[in-house]
Design a protein around this ligand. Structure first.
Ligand code: HEM
Length: 498
């Protein structure tokens, strides 16, 4: 008995250090999260963030730094607010951060993850992105759609001409309609405004509703166990209505294409690809609808926002407006309209577009990224499934990187090679890395062409003696930032336009 007790005592003595070692090993290193307010205390705060989250995040980052952690609801989240940290996420650790969080609206509009923009990183996503880059967003396709852009910009000019005689022009609404018409012609060869007009269509509200739901606040995205409340508040029903409205539109157009529609628009190209057995994976109708839905989402609102904010800044900066008009009018004389080849020579106009994208990146927080495994950034532990928001808006207004950061000065790009193609992390309105916007060229050429023609053909003034200081600059945040109040201007046709 005595020897048994002695054996037990010796065993305990031996086991104790092993147990201590195992415990320490399990908790070491102690998870060290980046600094930040650990949890926003109440849902009310989350809601406040929803108004202008990129602004609230900037304020918080000033206190906690450019890599800040917080819990949004019960979701571990990091907010990135410097070019160095953005490069860490979108370049050095892009292979870990290139997936998307499974947000409620993303899942619905992507047909359960069968698209390019909102689906998680996977083999399927890589395949879709590959065929997207080759067939949908290629330089060849951008070139092929040149006549669509020319005709639609001309229709915009004609609509402004008609409306200018009777007074004011709502440029916000017209920008949205212009890019919607361009996008629907690219997708299914049909405009959605009435013939010869660049005005509201019956789909206007449907598209606006989709953008608002994609960028809006859905409780289940922050408290997954409270998804049922979204059913009670009617948010889920709203989402279903919006999704089915869009789905019906796409179904109808795909059906028509199957019985002999155009082969050159996006639906035609994707239906042809569906027959290609060498594709390596089955391209289903849901994939096609998912990709086309992305073009709807990515294609119209972003370019519309660029044109809307571009004209806003030009009205606030008359010297820049004059310089831009002198450039385009000096180059074209009485030619009558600006073509895409001409735009290549409009150096100052291109600087203006860059400066607009710096001060008003259409997607101020990009599309959220999520990390696929535990990782380390700057020595901090980032757990798997942490959501990452890159605050592009704050980065491109940071006075540590930009002189007179809040001012609109296109000349700042004159003597440097900073561009927005994803290598200069102080200017990433299109993102960077694997998830960089594939529609960059399509978006830029349309916005440049539209702006050049507006400046060439019209003189612009603020209405009713309003001064530039009175201009309302308040933003409306969704997936894309717009002006809260529409941009209403007086357009006076020049002799070239008439
Ligand atoms: C001024 C115009 C545009 C801007 C500023 C813009 C911006 C962006 C941004 C910030 C992202 C997310 C990048 C990230 O999460 O890291 C994105 C993704 C995307 N954009 Fe654009 N975009 C524009 C035009 C377009 C156009 C014209 C199209 C289509 C015709 C388009 C299609 C897409 C798609 C499909 C994605 C998802 C890519 C992915 O997740 O793999 N975009 N865009």
């Amino acid at each position: 008995m005595e020897s048994l007790l002695t054996l037990l005592a010796y065993s305990c003595l031996l086991l104790f250090p092993i147990a201590v070692f195992l415990c320490v090993k399990a908790t070491w290193p102690i998870p060290r999260l980046p600094p930040g307010p650990l949890r926003l205390p109440i849902i009310g705060n989350l809601h406040q963030l929803g108004e202008h989250p990129y602004r609230s995040f900037r304020l918080l980052s000033e206190k906690y730094g450019s890599l800040m952690s917080l819990k949004l609801g019960c979701i571990p989240t990091i907010i990135i607010s410097s070019p160095e940290m953005a490069s860490e996420i979108l370049k050095n650790q892009d292979h870990i951060f290139c997936t998307r969080p499974p947000l409620v609206a993303y899942k619905r509009y992507s047909y359960g993850g069968r698209d390019m923009a909102f689906s998680p990183y996977s083999d399927q996503w890589r395949q879709l992105r590959r065929i997207g880059m080759l067939e949908v967003f290629s330089a060849k396709r951008v070139q092929a759609f040149q006549s669509i852009r020319r005709e639609e910009v001309n229709t915009l000019v004609q609509t402004i001409l008609r409306q200018s005689s009777s007074g004011l022009v709502n440029l916000s609404e017209m920008s949205f309609c212009l890019f919607n018409n361009i996008t629907t012609r690219e997708i299914f060869s049909k405009r959605i405004s009435r013939d010869g007009e660049c005005t509201r269509s019956k789909y206007h509200d449907l598209l606006r509703e989709m953008m608002s739901l994609l960028g809006g606040f859905i409780l289940g995205d922050f408290f997954p166990w409270m998804e049922w409340l979204d059913v009670l508040t009617g948010t889920r029903a709203r989402l279903e209505r919006s999704f089915h409205g869009m789905d019906e539109l796409l179904e109808e157009e795909i059906e028509k294409h199957m019985h002999g529609g155009s082969r050159d628009d996006f639906i035609g190209v994707l239906l042809e690809l569906q027959k290609d057995l060498s594709l390596g994976f089955p391209l289903t109708k849901d994939h096609i609808k998912g990709i086309v839905m992305n073009v709807f989402v990515g294609g119209s609102d972003t370019s519309a926002s660029t044109l809307e904010w571009g004209m806003t800044e030009l009205m606030r900066n008359p010297m820049v407006l004059k310089k831009a008009q002198d450039e385009v009018r000096g180059l074209l004389g009485n030619k009558g309209k600006v073509e895409e080849d001409d735009v290549q020579q409009l150096r100052y106009l291109k600087l203006i577009i860059k400066e607009v994208l710096r001060l008003h990146p259409p997607a101020p927080l990009l599309i959220p990224h999520e990390c696929m495994q535990d990782c380390k950034i700057k020595g901090y532990n980032i757990p798997k499934k942490t959501r990452a928001y890159i605050n592009v808006w704050a980065i491109s207004r940071d006075s540590r990187y930009w002189l007179d950061a809040e001012a609109f000065i296109p000349e700042r790009f004159e003597d440097n090679d900073i561009n927005f193609k994803g290598q200069h992390f102080e200017l990433i309105p299109f993102g960077s890395g694997r998830r960089i916007c594939p529609g960059m060229s399509l978006g830029i050429v349309s916005a440049e062409l539209a702006l050049a023609n507006l400046l060439y053909k019209f003189n612009w003034d603020l209405p009713n003696g309003m001064s530039k200081e009175d201009m309302d600059m308040e933003e409306q945040f969704g997936l894309v930032i717009h002006r809260k109040s529409p941009l209403i201007l007086v357009a006076t046709p020049t002799s070239i336009a008439a």
